[in-house]
Design a protein. Structure first.
Length: 441
């Protein structure tokens, strides 16, 4: 029987061996950053730490954190790359940009080796979903400096798959390709998967029946780890949908496997994860905290203790697939930056999506945090399916009102919009607005 692991020696490595490997990589990386990155030299000095004393994984806690704001400030102060760059400029091969909602995006550079490491660990994820070289793959991300398209494309090619380059194509052209060629695997954001399915349905095309897609994978947003959203995607494509969390600055760091046990494995040989509580202490199995990564591989921009702002829960059970890689429960549970306080209660928009998407009558939705008569209020706008009769729409509104109130523990106003009136998203969605903090312009 063919192996279910691309790299069994890494994916099933014993804990002792993995720790040894990580500690050795960590020492090398800290040495490299200290020797070649003025940014890190300055940082270590300011924190009063001697990087040479970092010998084991436990010593990592001596080093200061790195934040995205710091990197952005560094690039703004020393344009265009900042002085984080730890290799001569002629050694860099790739540039990618993070998606930015405000200000200039962060530019991220990689050497040839760095780039190989990025897409090769990504390939390991695709293999874990069941993608093989006999598959034909479409990476339906936008062609541009966002890493999503390139890493998906190179990863599939690394496995030997035939890859259909769909970066610059319109949705109609992509649907046409899916109907014409034996494309069996599709990668895109979860919002785009739903958009694509709706668009096809409007043209009378049933993607589940009319295409050969058997696996879809989703990145850029956590949708595929939200059971109701995943179920919708799976039904629309008649395929198995997988979540691939990642970030440009570190890696496509995690993957669900074909055991589908609700766990996301971490490529911990490639990027070392810490999960820390709000006082910076590591949480144990079952604990929740912020995911912090140290890049064990990338040399051009070697990030150390990089705060992802993603909240995860460390698994306290083994995955039936037999991998020994550290796993987190259910993927990224929320972003610290997206966390909202409503009358003192913490609300993550992801939770709202979980509650809303279970209803087949909901085509799209939008969330507005606002002030109503001096009090915080959550407005949830629903774009109902055109198939619902007026009475059914009203019933759905009441039901959602109750479920959201109970599920979130705060008062919620549910509003029914006209079918098809809310925006659809062909990349990452922006369904959430906070009118309490945003300055109107
Ligand atoms: Zn597994």
């Amino acid at each position: 029987m063919a192996s279910r692991y691309l790299e069994p020696r890494i994916e099933r490595r014993s804990r002792a061996e993995m720790t040894r490997w990580q500690a050795q990589r960590l020492r090398e990386q800290v040495r490299h950053a200290t020797a070649h990155s003025p940014f890190y030299r300055r940082k270590f000095k300011a924190a009063g730490v001697d990087p040479a004393k970092v010998r084991t994984l436990d010593d990592l806690g001596r080093l200061p954190f790195t934040t995205k704001d710091e990197l952005k400030e560094n690039q703004a102060a020393r344009p265009p790359w900042g002085d984080l760059l730890a290799v001569p400029f002629e050694e860099v091969l790739r540039i990618h940009m993070t998606s930015a909602t405000t200000g200039r995006p962060l530019a991220f550079l990689d050497t040839r080796e760095d780039w190989y490491g990025f897409y090769h660990s990504y390939a390991r994820s695709l293999y874990a979903y069941g993608v093989r070289r006999s598959d034909m793959v479409m990476a339906a991300f936008s062609y541009g400096p966002w890493i999503g398209y390139w890493s998906g494309f190179y990863a599939a090619q690394d496995l030997g798959c035939l890859v259909f380059p769909a970066g610059g194509l319109s949705t109609d052209q992509r649907i046409d390709a899916l109907l014409t060629y034996p494309i069996t695997v599709l990668g895109c954001t979860p919002s785009y998967a739903l958009f694509l399915a709706e668009h096809a349905a409007r043209k009378g095309i049933d993607l589940a029946k009319d295409t050969k897609i058997r696996i879809t994978w989703h990145t850029g947003e956590p949708g595929a780890s939200i059971p109701a959203t995943r179920a919708r995607i799976e039904t629309a494509f008649g395929a198995r949908a997988y979540d691939l969390p990642g970030l440009t600055e570190i890696a496509a760091w995690g993957f669900e496997c074909d055991a589908r046990a609700g766990l996301v494995h971490v490529h911990e040989d490639y990027c070392y994860p810490e999960v820390l509580d709000d006082e910076g202490r590591p949480v144990g199995p079952g604990g929740r905290g912020e995911l912090v990564f140290t890049s064990l591989y990338r040399k051009a921009m070697p990030l150390i203790r990089y705060r992802t702002r993603d909240v995860v829960q460390v698994a306290d059970r083994k995955c039936p697939c037999g991998r020994t890689l550290i796993a987190v429960e259910g993927g990224v549970l929320g972003r610290l930056d997206d966390m909202k306080k409503v009358r003192g209660i913490i609300v993550y928009p992801r939770r709202i999506e979980e509650l809303v998407r279970v209803h087949a009558g909901v085509d799209e939705f939008q969330v507005v945090f606002r002030r109503l008569e001096g009090l915080d209020d959550v407005l949830v706008r629903i774009d109902p399916s055109p198939l619902l009769a007026a009475a059914e729409r009203d019933g759905l509104r009441q039901l959602l009102d109750e479920e959201l109130r109970t599920g979130l523990g705060v008062r919620v106003t549910v509003e029914m919009a006209e079918p098809g009136s809310l925006p659809r998203w062909d990349h990452k969605a922006r369904r959430v607005k906070d009118e309490r903090t945003e300055v109107p312009f």
